[in-house]
Ligand binder design. Structure first.
Ligand code: ARG
Ligand code: GLU
Length: 715
C-alpha cells in the first residue's frame, strides 16, 4: 500500500501516467503515446506490427463478435488462429450458440461438441465477426458542426447528422461498415471502419464440466480452473468477402492469424490484451461512486439474489430445467456477483475519497484559473446526483424487479409493442407468424412454475425492499397471492398453447381484452410509472450529466497537461498491456499467478455440480498423458496478469512480447472488479485460460487433431 503511494507521488511529479499498467489504449495512437513505455515493459515489436493500415498487422487477427441487428456492439472478442478462419473465443461467449444447438438427445452443453469436418460445423445465423479495417480521428469535423451555445438535444442531433454523413461517405461503394463513437466523454470522436462477416460457425466446445468448470461458484474468482474456451470459424463467400449464411460459403482466408506460443509464461512476463472492452467509467465523480456503492448496487444485488434462489433450486431439481435456465442463470449471476465485488473494492480502495481529493484539487484549480465552465462544476454534480437518487432507485426496481424480473412481464412488453403496429405495416398472416415464431423461441426456455415463483419474490421486494410508496406502481401494490397462483397459470401469456390460440384469433377486440388481464395490467402499470414519472426527469438529469462529464474530462485534461489519458471503454478495439503477476487478496495471503491440472483434481467433488471433474480428464491426469503441453510435470490451466480489461474483453487474445498467443482472456479477479471505476495495479487482475490448456483439451481430451494441425504452434 505504502509503496503504491510513493510511486504515485513520483508519477505525479514526473507527469507520467498515474498507474503503470492502467489503461485501454487506442491502437492507432500507440505509436504516439505508448510504444516506448510498452517496449520498456518488454514488448519486442513495433506499433506498426499491432496496427497498420497499409499491410497486415496483428489487428487483422482480432475479431469483434456481434449480432447482425447491432453490428457495432461487440459482446465478446475472438482471435483468428489459422489461415482458414479458425477463431478461438470463450466458452461463455458461445454459450447461447451451444445452447441453441442443444437438445435432450444432443446435449452439447453437457457433453461438448466437436465437428469432425468442415461439413459438421454448425451455422449461427445472426452472429457476426467484425474485423477493423482502419480508424480515423474525426474530432475536428464534428467540432466544426457544433458550438458551445447549443443545448444538448440540438447538439446531439447535429452530431448524429454529421456522423451519418461521414460514415456513409467513408464506405461508399464498398461492402465495409463505418461507425463513429465518442471518446473521452464526447471530447473526441473516432471513426472505425469494419469488414463484417455474417457466417460464423461453431466448430468445437468442451463440455461444461471443463468450459464452465467452477461455474458461478468460481466466477470472478482467482485461483481459477475454468477451460473457458470454444472454437468458431468465419466463413466467407467464394471471393473471401462477407456473405450471408450459405452452404456455398468457404472458410475465410485472413490477412493475418496469430501464432501460438506453447513455451510458457512466468511471473513478470510482458502481456498484452487486444480486444473490445465494452464500458468503463473511470472518470466518474465521488458523487456517482457513492451512488453506485450505496444505492444502485446493493438494491440490484438484493433483487437478483431472490431471483437466483428460485432459478438455482429449479435447475437442481430437473435436467431439462437446467438446460432451459442455465444461460439465464449465468447471466443473472454474472452481474450480481460483479456488483458485490465492486462495492467491496470501492470501499477497500477508498475510491470515493480519492475522487473527492481530486475534486477539491480541481475546484481550487478552476477557481484560480477563473475558467467559468469549470467553476462550480463539482457543486452542480452534487446537486444532480442528489436529485438522481430516488429516480435511479425507482428505475432499478422497475427494470430489475419489474420488467426484467418475472420473464412473462418482459414477454408481454414485447408483444404489446408489436400489437401497436397490428394491421399497419405488414400482412396480418405474416404478422401472426412472426409473433408465433417469437413465442416459440420464448417458450423453448420457459417454465411457468419457476416464473410464477420469481414473480412472487419480485413483488415482495418491489413492495417491501425499501422503495418509497410513491414509486411503486398501483398494480404492484395491489397484487395478491392469486396473481402468482391461479391467475398466473390461467393467463394467456404463461403457456405457448394459449398464446398461439390467442394469436390465431387475433383482432383489435381480442387485444383489448387481453390488455385487461392482471399480468398485462401490471406490465402496463410498471411501464407507465417508468414512462411518466421516472424517465422524463431521469433523462433530463442524465442529459445534463453527459454535458458535465464532457466538461469535467476536458477540465481534468487541462489541469494535468502532461498526463496521458485513455478514453473509457466504448466497445471499440483497444490494447491493454501489463505483466503476469500474482497478488495479495488480503492480509498475509499471496496468490500465485497460475493454476494447474492438479488444482482441478484438488477441487474435484462429484457431489457438487460445478466441481464434477469428467472421468476422461482424470484418466489423462493419472496417466500423465499431457502431450507436449505440460510444464514441470503438470498442465498449466489459467493465469492472471495486470492487464486493464472489462466486459467485452472476454475471448480476447492475451499476447506475449512477440505478439504470440499465450492465453484467452475470460474474467477478472473479484478483489479488483472495481477497475471499471478505479484501476489499481496492486490488485486488479485479468484472468486468462493458458493456451496450453486449450491445446491440451482440443488435442488430448477431445481428440480434435484436425484443428491442432491448422494452427501454427511454437514449442
Ligand atoms: N465473469 C465472466 C464475464 O463477465 C464470465 C461470465 C460467464 N460465466 C459464468 N459462470 N456466469 O463474462
Ligand atoms: N467475462 C467478461 C466478459 O464477458 C470479462 C471479464 C471482465 O468483465 O473483465 O467480457
Amino acid at each position: 500500500m505504502k509503496k503504491v503511494v510513493v510511486c504515485l507521488l513520483a508519477f505525479v511529479l514526473l507527469g507520467l501516467p498515474s498507474w503503470a499498467d492502467e489503461g485501454m489504449w487506442i491502437p492507432m495512437l500507440l505509436k504516439k503515446y505508448n510504444i516506448e513505455d510498452m517496449q520498456k515493459a518488454g514488448f519486442k515489436l513495433t506499433a506498426e506490427d499491432i496496427y497498420n493500415i497499409n499491410q497486415a498487422s496483428l489487428k487483422d487477427a482480432v475479431v469483434g463478435l456481434g449480432f447482425e441487428r447491432s453490428p457495432f456492439f461487440h459482446f465478446c472478442t475472438g482471435e483468428i488462429v489459422s489461415d482458414q478462419g479458425l477463431v478461438i473465443t470463450n466458452h461463455h461467449c458461445s454459450y447461447s450458440m451451444i445452447q441453441a444447438h442443444s437438445t435432450l438427445e444432443h446435449n452439447y452443453l453437457r457433453d461438448g461438441f466437436w465437428a469432425k469436418s468442415l461439413k459438421e460445423e454448425l451455422t449461427n445465423p445472426g452472429i457476426t465477426a467484425s474485423i477493423l479495417v482502419r480508424m480515423e480521428d474525426v474530432t475536428e469535423k464534428i467540432r466544426a458542426a457544433v458550438n458551445d451555445g447549443m443545448d444538448e438535444v440540438t447538439r446531439a442531433k447535429k452530431i448524429k447528422e454529421v456522423c451519418e454523413r461521414l460514415e456513409a461517405a467513408a464506405v461508399e461503394g464498398t461492402n465495409l461498415k463505418a461507425n463513429i463513437k465518442p471518446y473521452f466523454n464526447g471530447n473526441q470522436y473516432f471513426m472505425c471502419v469494419f469488414k463484417i462477416y455474417r457466417d460464423v460457425r461453431l466448430v468445437g466446445a468442451p463440455n461444461s464440466a471443463i468450459g464452465k468448470f467452477g461455474g458461478d461458484t468460481d466466477n470472478w474468482m482467482w485461483p481459477r480452473h475454468t477451460g473457458d474456451f470454444s472454437v468458431l470459424r468465419i466463413y466467407a463467400g467464394p471471393d473471401n468477402e462477407p456473405a450471408a449464411v450459405s452452404s456455398s460459403n468457404v472458410p475465410y482466408k485472413p490477412a493475418r492469424s496469430f501464432k501460438i506460443s506453447a513455451r510458457g509464461i512466468k511471473e513478470g512476463d510482458f502481456t498484452m490484451v487486444f480486444g473490445y472492452p465494452g464500458t468503463t467509467k473511470e472518470y466518474l465523480t465521488s458523487f456517482a461512486i457513492d451512488q453506485v456503492a450505496e444505492v444502485e448496487n446493493p438494491h440490484k444485488v438484493k433483487i437478483r439474489t431472490a431471483k437466483l434462489n428460485v432459478i438455482n433450486a429449479a435447475m437442481e431439481s430437473d435436467e431439462l430445467l437446467r438446460i432451459k435456465y442455465s444461460a439465464k442463470a449465468a447471466s443473472v449471476a454474472n452481474a450480481w456477483k460483479k456488483w458485490q465485488g465492486e462495492i467491496k473494492g470501492l470501499e477497500r480502495f477508498r475510491t470515493a475519497e480519492h475522487k473527492r481529493e481530486l475534486e477539491q484539487r480541481f475546484d481550487a484549480w478552476a477557481n484560480a484559473s477563473g475558467k467559468k465552465q469549470y467553476v462550480g462544476l463539482t457543486a452542480r454534480y452534487r446537486e444532480l446526483y442528489d436529485a438522481r437518487r430516488d429516480y435511479i432507485l425507482a428505475s432499478a426496481y422497475a427494470s430489475e424487479a419489474g420488467l426484467g424480473g418475472a420473464e412473462v412481464l418482459g414477454l408481454i412488453a414485447s408483444l404489446d409493442k408489436a400489437f401497436e403496429t397490428y394491421g399497419e405495416t405488414e400482412d396480418k398472416e405474416a404478422f401472426k407468424n412472426r409473433l408465433k415464431e417469437f413465442a416459440r423461441a420464448f417458450y423453448k426456455d420457459y417454465d411457468a412454475e419457476t416464473d410464477s415463483r420469481i414473480l412472487k419474490e419480485m413483488l415482495a421486494l418491489y413492495n417491501n425492499g425499501g422503495l418509497a410508496e410513491e414509486w411503486i406502481p398501483e398494480e404492484v401494490r395491489a397484487a395478491g397471492d392469486d396473481l402468482t397462483g391461479k391467475l398466473f397459470h390461467k393467463s394467456i401469456f404463461t403457456s405457448q398453447e394459449r398464446l398461439e390460440a390467442f394469436i390465431d384469433n387475433l383482432s383489435p377486440k381480442a387485444i383489448a381484452k387481453a390488455r385487461k388481464e392482471p399480468l398485462y395490467r401490471m406490465m402496463t402499470g410498471i411501464q407507465t410509472m417508468a414512462k411518466e414519472k421516472i424517465m422524463p426527469r431521469l433523462s433530463e438529469i442524465e442529459r445534463e450529466l453527459t454535458m458535465l462529464n464532457r466538461t469535467w474530462v476536458a477540465g481534468l485534461m487541462e489541469m494535468q497537461p502532461d498526463k496521458v489519458f485513455y478514453p473509457d471503454a466504448n466497445s471499440t478495439l483497444r490494447v491493454a498491456y501489463g505483466k503476469v503477476a500474482g497478488y495479495e487478496p488480503r492480509d498475509g495471503v499471496y496468490y500465485l499467478p497460475y493454476t494447474t491440472l492438479s488444482g482441478i483434481m484438488e477441487k474435484d467433488n462429484p457431489a457438487i455440480y460445478d466441481y464434477d471433474v469428467p472421468q476422461r480428464l482424470k484418466d489423462l491426469y493419472h496417466a500423465k498423458d499431457f502431450g507436449p503441453y505440460a510444464q514441470d510435470g503438470d498442465v498449466p490451466v489459467c493465469f492472471v496478469a495486470t492487464n486493464h480489461t472489462t466486459g467485452g474483453n472476454s475471448g480476447s487474445p492475451v499476447l506475449d512480447a512477440e505478439g504470440n498467443l499465450i492465453g484467452v482472456n475470460f474474467d477478472r479477479a473479484w478483489e479488483g472488479v472495481m477497475s471499471d471505476m478505479q484501476y489499481s495495479a496492486e490488485i486488479c487482475r485479468n484472468i486468462a485460460v493458458d493456451i496450453r490448456y486449450v491445446l491440451f483439451i482440443i488435442d488430448k481430451y477431445a481428440g480434435a487433431r484436425r484443428l491442432i494441425e491448422e494452427m501454427d504452434i511454437v514449442f
